[in-house]
Design a protein around this ligand. Structure first.
Ligand code: 48F
Length: 265
């Protein structure tokens, strides 16, 4: 018979196990195939499809939660729209949706966040919260991005001068949303990459969705953009709380990387 008595665990055991197992993970994560920056809709979708194809993927997320802009819904109303053909991705992650018009679907924000996260994790991606990517590793010539520089979010918030660590990767994907933080950093600190980030335009939902997916690409060798970061670099419009383009962009970037990576050294 199994006992229901709660097991005693000493404090030093808790400390040792957490540090030992986290250190094992971090040693493994020092070199990966793909670093995804941001656990919003595009980042989590990309992570799922990349990991499913057998690549070693880590997602670094600044906050202590998943989902990026999904949780805010439309002006805090807890539903968002998804349009065809992105409902296929909803089916693949097991997210319930309701059809509201032909090819237009509505989902609960909390369910979409949860399903996207489970989809990425079940596929084998590692999602690490509370870590900010604040710079890139690069090599030259020819100029290319070869990894990401990372720091605890808590350290960046404290303003303390603490040198960061870095993760080597064959591809880095900027999924940081409207500010395209990684592309902006690359544009400022690696001018030979010739990137500029003019920022997104005002709202035009259907055009924005179309252009976001169309322009999802490798922006310079080793550095890709998906989600709203694409709009920032291509100066295309914003779309508000319709998210099909975010999911399709994440899936597209995964496909591009899977095609390219076997040829990257
Ligand atoms: O903003 P976010 O949801 O980006 P997305 O995947 O989706 C955009 C939509 O949410 C919405 C929209 C579509 O209709 O307009 O805005 O393009 O998620 C970006 C995530 O990246 C994290 C941030 O906390 C958020 O969870 N993030 C941003 N910069 C960094 C970062 C960074 N430097 N390091 C780590 N995480």
């Amino acid at each position: 018979m199994t006992s229901n008595k709660i097991r005693k665990v000493e404090e030093q055991t808790i400390t040792r196990q957490i540090i030992r197992k986290t250190a094992d993970d971090w040693i493994d994560l020092a070199e990966v195939d793909v670093v995804i920056v941001g656990a919003g809709p595009s980042g989590l979708t990309a992570a799922k499809y990349l990991a499913e194809s057998g690549l070693k993927v880590v997602v670094f997320e600044r906050k202590l939660s998943f989902g990026g802009g999904i949780g805010g819904g439309g002006m805090l109303f807890h539903k968002i729209l998804i349009q065809a053909p992105a409902e296929k991705i909803l089916k693949e992650i097991g997210c319930k949706f309701e059809s509201v018009k032909k090819g237009v679907y509505i989902v609960d924000t909390t369910e979409l966040i949860a399903r996207l996260a489970v989809g990425a994790i079940d596929a084998g991606a590692k999602v690490v919260l509370g870590v900010v990517v604040d710079d890139l590793i690069y090599r030259n010539p020819p100029p290319k991005v070869t990894g990401a520089v990372i720091q605890w979010t808590a350290v960046t918030m404290s303003g303390l001068h603490v040198d960061p660590l870095a993760v080597k990767a064959k591809a880095v994907v900027d999924c940081t949303g409207h500010d395209a933080e990684i592309l902006a950093t690359a544009s400022r600190k690696i001018p030979e990459l010739n990137i500029s980030v003019p920022g997104e335009k005002s709202m035009w939902a259907s055009k924005a969705e179309e252009l976001t997916v169309k322009n999802t690409s490798e922006i310079c060798p080793g550095l890709y953009a998906a989600g709203m970061a694409v709009a920032a670099v291509y100066q295309s419009p914003r779309m508000g709380p319709i998210f099909g383009g975010m999911l399709l962009s994440g899936k597209k970037v995964a496909g591009l990387i899977v095609k390219k990576l076997p040829f990257v050294r």
